[in-house]
Ligand binder design. Structure first.
Ligand SMILES: Nc1nc2c(ncn2[C@@H]2O[C@H](COP(=O)(O)OP(=O)(O)OP(=O)(O)O)[C@@H](O)[C@H]2O)c(=O)[nH]1
Length: 757
């Protein structure tokens, strides 16, 4: 009853509004320039209630960049809209890199800010490919809310699960936006079901689509009970109208469902529900806001960014439901007594009363030098101020303070808690904290950086001509991206790069050629295996050299133990010595020797992890003990452990989702089984089937070609890192044998060279 009455009242409001069609954004050809110029002068120093820091995250190709482009257009930040991979060859604003525009994918997250109905929205468009996952990770670390974009056909996909985990890790509230309702096969109800079942969200529609696929004409706002249409050439005129008569029953049912879900997530609306009181529109709006911020309810909106439908209500929802910076609890670590750290609450007020604290979450090294993207968590900072890096203790001057608009910079003089800005002149690594007072020993928790899983050899095609540029490029890329690592392997005399996937490394190779004029050759991709210990092993090693010259003396006694499987990528060291047999000043040298020995294991020469060295005792000499002696003692102890311990190879296991027309289900299942997959589930929608599996990365090489040929080019797959697990005994045997042969070949060559000499 309630719903229908509300609906009628909206018919009147809608009719009134439709006559005076609201222009949320008016860049019609005549007005556009004046409108754009006026909008460009955005007030920066808003009160905290008028700020939103939000991200747009999703699985590959769900439409994040297209949504961002519409947001920029409707808020007057850009004059024209361009499509990702559009015919005009311009590309979307947020995909500013040439390679992004060419390939139609987002590689780097891009930040910008805009203004919607008086609220300042800072937002970051993030990549969808799992290879660039660190970009999503660090963006979500500093944002207060997010839009989770879902494709109305694809639904919840593998990368949606990753993004969802990342949001959970940083407790980021989100709105769901089911995009691409214009596509054939669009099924938003199925997607909502998946959001509930697979992502475990207490979610409900707050909008319903009016028509689907080619008949999509607008959306129904279930809270305010009105239809919303998007008129004009680019959907810039938002027209509110009465709900179509044929949708009344559906609207009533889904509104009731929405109220029930809000009640589950919000106490106040929940009590009204129990007392059978009818919540007003304001009650519902407030309830959605409270529960969305608490992450106990996820409002789901719908639309089609490409067809310009549903983006303005999405912006309204960002303002109405996502938190302002003061509504998030931000904690920092404070150095306490005796090396202990305490968690402290940060003050979100936009004033200079409390000391400044900012987190550098991303670096971009370009023409202006290092541009450090910083989220301000407390206090204020002015251009020209001095700041201290809490990790290095270094003091640096903020030469320039800017706000980013994709690849453009706009200078500002000061920023406050809640702002996102970029600074030049400050030296840092991504994840460093800055403070304005040197003895303010407070820093933000670091950003989670996933371990690289794949490696390839890399070299400049013309090493003599391009060695300088090659080093410059490597230096820049490794500083900007903590998941891209490069090192020289002296044994095989090759430079090795490691990353999150083949695409990740290929993109860097292409960027070297484009941006540094240095064509490079990549070797075959190799999996980054690990080695770990199966059972504890004790050590007692004396390193002694006391004949002639300065002596060396150091003895270490203790045990090497495996860590629990959930810590199989960690290395730990514990000093359990009592007394002064091993003087405390030599403990760091022992740890150094231990960690250096873990760089290369004895089975296959891979990194060693998942172990703890417990140092329990040892011995020293008054004259001959020094750091070097204890480093050697630790190395000797590790060599003994390699000989005496039982070791095992670990390999990266990937979560793989294969999608193909249903007639190929048998073929893709067989393919996966041949690749030692463990099938964890399957799902079908219409004529398509999705297979979910866990597969060793080592067995996934060449799969893109194989799936294409087995499914007439129709099948596709996505994969992402899941965990490291022990590899099959047969795989371990093969790897060990190959490593032994490699070693023999090398030592054979050494012997031959010596003979020739
Ligand atoms: N039919 C339809 N296509 C859309 C819609 N939104 C985006 N697309 C298209 O989907 C493709 C991917 O869009 P993007 O905006 O690049 O998606 P993305 O999520 O940013 O992509 P990545 O960052 O590479 O993961 C492009 O070809 C878009 O034109 C939509 O609402 N309907």
């Amino acid at each position: 009853m309630h719903g229908i009455l509300q609906g009628r009242s909206v018919v009147r409001t809608g009719a009134r509004i439709s006559q005076n069609a609201i222009l949320n954004h008016a860049p019609s050809s005549k007005q556009s320039r004046a409108h754009y110029a006026a909008k460009k002068m955005i007030t920066i120093h808003k009160e905290v209630e008028k700020i939103r820091n939000m991200g747009i995250s999703a699985h590959i190709d769900s439409g994040k960049t297209t949504v961002s482009e519409r947001i920029l257009y409707y808020t007057g930040r850009i004059e024209d809209m361009h499509e990702v991979r559009g015919k005009d060859q311009v590309g979307a604003k947020m995909d500013s890199m040439e390679l992004e525009r060419q390939r139609g994918i987002t590689i780097k997250s891009a930040a910008t800010y805009t203004d919607w109905k008086g609220t300042n929205i800072n937002f970051i468009d993030t990549p969808g490919h799992v290879d660039f996952t660190v970009e999503v990770e660090r963006s979500l670390r500093v944002l207060d809310g997010a839009i989770l974009v879902l494709c109305s056909v694809g639904g919840v996909q593998s990368q949606t699960l990753t993004v969802n985990r990342q949001m959970k890790r940083y407790n980021v509230p989100c709105l769901g936006f089911i995009n691409k309702l214009d596509r054939a096969g669009a099924d938003p109800k199925r997607v909502l079901k998946q959001v509930r079942e697979k992502l475990k969200h207490n979610a409900a529609f707050v909008q319903l689509p009016i028509g689907l696929e080619s008949k999509l004409s607008g959306v129904v706002d279930l809270v305010k009970e009105q239809a919303v249409y998007f008129d004009g050439d680019n959907g810039e005129i938002v027209r509110y109208d009465a709900i179509p008569g044929n949708m009344m029953t559906e609207v009533k049912a889904y509104r009731q469902e929405m109220i029930e879900h809000i009640s589950d997530g919000d106490e106040i609306v929940g009590n009204m529900f129990l007392e059978e009181k009818v919540p007003s529109v304001d009650d519902l709006m407030a309830g959605i806001r409270r529960s969305c911020i608490k992450r106990s309810f996820t409002p789901v909106l719908v639309g089609s960014a490409l067809k310009n439908k549903g983006v303005q209500p999405l912006l309204d929802a960002v303002v109405d439901f996502l938190p302002n910076p003061a509504e998030r609890v931000n904690m920092a670590l404070m150095e306490g007594k005796e090396g202990k750290t305490d968690s402290i609450h940060l003050d979100p007020s936009r004033s200079a009363q409390k000391p400044f604290l900012g987190l550098a979450f991303k670096l971009d090294i370009g023409k202006v030098g290092q541009l450090s993207f910083v989220r301000v968590y407390q206090g204020r900072i002015n251009r020209g101020d001095w700041v201290w890096n809490t990790r290095t203790g270094k003091k640096c001057k903020v030469n320039r303070l800017v706000r980013m608009h994709s690849d453009e910079m706009e200078d500002v003089t000061e920023v406050f808690a809640g702002d996102i800005c970029a600074m030049t002149g400050v030296e840092c690594a991504s994840g460093d904290s800055f403070v304005s007072i040197p003895d303010y020993k407070v820093s933000m928790e670091p950003i989670h950086v996933p371990e690289p899983v794949i490696s390839m050899s890399i070299k400049a095609k013309d090493a003599t001509k391009h060695s300088d540029n090659f080093s410059k490029a490597i230096n820049r890329f490794t500083r900007e991206d903590p998941t891209f690592r490069v090192f020289f392997d002296p044994e095989i005399k090759e430079t090795i790069c490691q990353g999150m996937g083949e695409l990740h490394l290929e993109i860097y190779a292409q960027r070297m050629e484009r941006e540094y004029n240095t064509p490079v050759v990549l070797g075959k991709p190799k999996v980054s295996f690990r080695e770990t210990l199966l059972a504890p092993v004790s050590f007692d090693y004396l390193h002694k050299r006391q004949s002639g010259g300065a002596g060396q003396y150091g003895r270490v006694i203790g045990a090497l133990e495996p860590l629990s499987p959930d810590r199989n990528l960690d290395l730990a060291f514990k000093d359990e010595t009592k007394g002064t047999n091993v003087p405390k000043n030599f403990i760091p040298a022992i740890e150094k020797g231990f960690r250096a020995s873990c760089e290369k294991g004895s089975l296959i020469g891979a990194k060693v992890s998942g172990i703890i060295m417990r140092l329990q005792d040892g011995a020293s000499h008054v004259v001959d003990s020094n750091e070097y002696a204890f480093i050697n003692a630790a190395t000797g102890a590790m060599n003994d452990c390699y000989d005496l311990g039982r070791w095992q190879v670990l390999e990266p296991i990937m979560t793989v989702e294969v999608t193909a027309p249903i007639e190929f289900q048998g073929a893709i299942t067989a393919q996966m089984q041949r690749r030692h997959a463990v099938v964890t589930g399957s799902d079908s929608a219409g004529d398509w089937v999705s297979l979910f599996c866990e597969v060793p990365l080592n067995d996934m090489f060449g799969y893109s070609t194989e799936i294409r040929s087995a499914t007439q080019g129709k099948g596709e797959f996505t994969m992402e890192f899941c965990r490291y697990s022990p590899c099959l005994p047969s795989t371990q045997e093969q790897l060990v044998q190959a490593y032994q042969e490699e070693l023999e070949k090398e030592s054979g060559e050494v012997v031959k060279k010596k003979k020739r000499n």
